[in-house]
Design a binder for this molecule. Structure first.
Ligand SMILES: [Zn+2]
Ligand SMILES: [Zn+2]
Length: 100
């Protein structure tokens, strides 16, 4: 795991960024699930995943948390951003890609 490379305040920082983005993907403008939002019972895990906002590092270096380096994207866009970088999938925030 590479999680130790994340700064100590990563959770807060990531949350702050997602709030600023209004829980909307900065790439495709999909409105994602907000904390505390009630999710319809018929949503599958993959649908919930698709509407989960994640934080991406442009340089794929989780220790570089400068704002220029970060973008909030939905899971699908995040996968797109990582396509072709097979060796680096473990850097995806919270390891959520493993559900796919
Ligand atoms: Zn998106
Ligand atoms: Zn990423």
């Amino acid at each position: 795991m590479s999680s130790s490379r994340y700064p100590n305040n990563w959770k807060e920082l990531s949350l702050e960024l997602k709030k600023k983005a209004n829980w909307t993907c900065q790439k495709c403008n999909r409105k994602c699930i907000e904390p505390g939002q009630v999710i319809p019972k018929d949503w599958t895990v993959s649908k919930r995943m698709a509407y989960t906002l994640q934080t991406h590092h442009w340089d794929r270096d989780p220790s570089n948390s400068s704002l220029d380096n970060l973008i909030c994207v939905c899971t699908g866009c995040h996968l797109d951003l990582h396509r072709g970088y097979k060796g680096n999938l473990s850097n995806v925030s919270e390891g959520q890609l493993s559900l796919f």
